[in-house]
Design a protein. Structure first.
Length: 541
């Protein structure tokens, strides 16, 4: 929110605001009246001479940070809206003075204690942060009140192999996973979470942390902390990897942009880092949704690994170079028509079915993510095509599908799109074999039995000594009816299985809802989501 200072009336009011849509949905699910912390704040008028954090930030010209876990903290006690902040489960709020021309005000932003990254976003952010900084490990610490605990951790293969060669069975990651951190102390992790700022530790052995004594034993000399939604990411390196803070914190992977990319249905993410020494972009980190095993492996048959071989000039005319130089987001709606400077990239996009690309400029490079608009590759057929395209199929007709199904042009559309049929691609081997056999049979009979032209003139066979190959019509007459009944029975049985599965799924959903309603009665008031002003939902239950 932006609090604008009105010196004529000696007051501060909210004149601009923004709410994260995902947090708004969570808040609406908890509170029955639909109000939010932002909406309540907009109803407040603050006195310029007051003692709240907004006034203090404006008066001192410095950033003020408020944590709502400690009721005795001075900014929290003087904040009139602190009770509402706790009601909406806010963890921290930051107040930054803003001056533009003659306009003065304070920018306030904060996040909820219940906010957290979804598993895929967390995995992608953690993996790419470790890769882009050549770190040995990465740990995501999630805040829980006045403590933080490790939720997810990874170790780079080269780091694990390095310790294994030294005869060590465990890594620094294993030590971190057995630890918890207090947020009231002066450890770098606590400072990063409390101040929501990046922290660099040049010598891990001297930091105020219980793990400092074993950091050197596990080959870790420097650490870095980057705050993200719901906690902080910790990563570190052995001696000689980072020259200083610039190498450790020059570029942090933005979790919000990664979350947007994941929500948009992207198939991969690439971080192109600008190398000014060579004048080119280099892939410093990559992530492929749905296949984490390929991130640190030597598997070559992925789009990301092949794209990394592309030569992209910083002064080029491709989407990465344009987005980086213009410092603006660039959306490529159709890779088949975009003028790529490197033709290999277009061919690669066509091969892997990447139809859309988005490039987002960062401090030291460009974050690229793309979406598969067809199947995995245009060249896939048979079982591989069926498995890779399964996630993009719809099993239930919705409004648009029924509209197309009712259309009178459906038959013509089906005929003209026969070659793009998924059934044809999925059964290409069988169709090819039958077509080849039928063509060979027709060719044989033309040579052995002759042919009758359109003018009903019979032409003699070229090889009359060959026998004509044929089957009696009675065979098809006798088996046609049986085959038709068999197809009807199989179709009905398949639909019955699908219908039974749908009924079972509906039953599971209803039983889960009943279980949740019954479990809600065992919550104590302090832990129940509907406690206090949120009891409207509980009353409905």
């Amino acid at each position: 929110m932006f609090w604008k200072a009105d010196f004529a009336n000696n007051e501060l009011k909210v004149t601009g605001f923004y709410e994260n849509p995902r947090d708004a949905k969570r808040r609406l699910a908890l509170r029955g009246d639909g109000k939010s912390f932002v909406q309540i704040s907009r109803e407040f008028t603050l006195d310029l001479d007051g003692l709240g954090p907004v006034q203090e930030s404006l008066r001192t010209g410095k950033e003020v940070f408020v944590g709502f876990e400690n009721d005795d903290a001075y900014p929290c006690k003087s904040m009139r809206r602190s009770a509402f902040a706790k009601e909406f489960q806010l963890a921290f709020a930051d107040f930054v003075p803003v001056k533009e021309g003659n306009q003065l005000g304070v920018l306030e932003f904060g996040f909820s204690s219940t906010s957290e990254l979804n598993p895929i976003t967390l995995d992608a952010t953690l993996q790419m942060q470790v890769q882009s900084t050549t770190a040995a490990f990465g740990v995501y610490w999630k805040t829980e009140g006045l403590t933080a605990r490790p939720v997810k951790a990874i170790a780079s293969p080269w780091y694990a192999e390095q310790l294994k060669a030294q005869g060590k069975q465990y890594t620094f990651v294993d030590i971190a996973q057995q630890s918890t951190a207090s947020l009231t102390g002066e450890s770098p992790l606590a400072r990063a979470i409390r101040t929501r700022s990046k922290v660099y530790v040049p010598d891990a052995s001297t930091m105020d942390d219980p793990r400092a004594s074993v950091a050197a034993d596990y080959g870790i000399s420097s650490l870095a902390y980057v705050p993200v939604v719901g906690g902080v990411i910790e990563y570190g390196v052995p001696p000689g990897v980072w020259a200083g803070e610039q190498d450790a914190l020059a570029q942090t992977v933005p979790n919000e942009e990664v979350d947007v990319a994941i929500d948009s249905g992207c198939s991969y993410l690439l971080f192109w880092k600008a190398n000014w020494n060579t004048g080119r972009f280099e892939v410093a980190a990559s992530y492929e949704v749905g296949d984490d095993s390929k991130l640190f492996s030597d598997v070559k048959e992925t789009y990301a690994s092949n794209a990394a071989k592309s030569v992209l000039d910083i002064q080029g005319s491709g989407p990465i170079a344009i987005a980086f130089r213009s410092a603006a987001r660039l959306d490529v709606a159709d890779t088949s028509t975009f003028p790529f400077a490197d033709q290999n990239r277009r061919e690669l996009c066509m091969e892997w079915g990447v139809g859309k690309i988005t490039a987002i400029p960062l401090e030291t490079g460009v974050l690229e993510f793309g979406k598969v608009t067809k199947d995995k590759r245009d060249t896939t057929t048979g079982s591989e095509y069926k498995e890779t395209s399964r996630q993009y199929r719809r099993t239930v007709f919705m409004h648009n599908e029924w509209k197309d199904h009712r259309s009178t042009s459906r038959f013509i559309d089906s005929i003209t799109s026969t070659l793009q049929s998924g059934v044809l691609r999925g059964r290409q081997d069988e169709v090819t074999a039958i077509t080849a056999f039928a063509a060979a049979l027709v060719g044989w009979n033309l040579l052995a039995g002759g042919v009758t032209g359109l003018g009903m003139v019979r032409h003699e066979p070229l090889l009359p000594y060959l026998p004509v190959m044929s089957l009696p019509m009675s065979f098809f007459s006798l088996t046609g009816s049986s085959l038709g009944l068999l197809l009807v029975f199989r179709t009905n049985a398949a639909y019955a299985r699908w219908d039974d599965a749908r009924k079972q799924w509906g039953s599971i959903i209803n039983q889960c809802r009943s279980l949740v309603r019954q479990a809600n009665t065992f919550f104590v008031d302090e832990r129940y989501p509907g406690f206090g002003a949120f009891q409207i939902g509980r009353a409905h239950v």
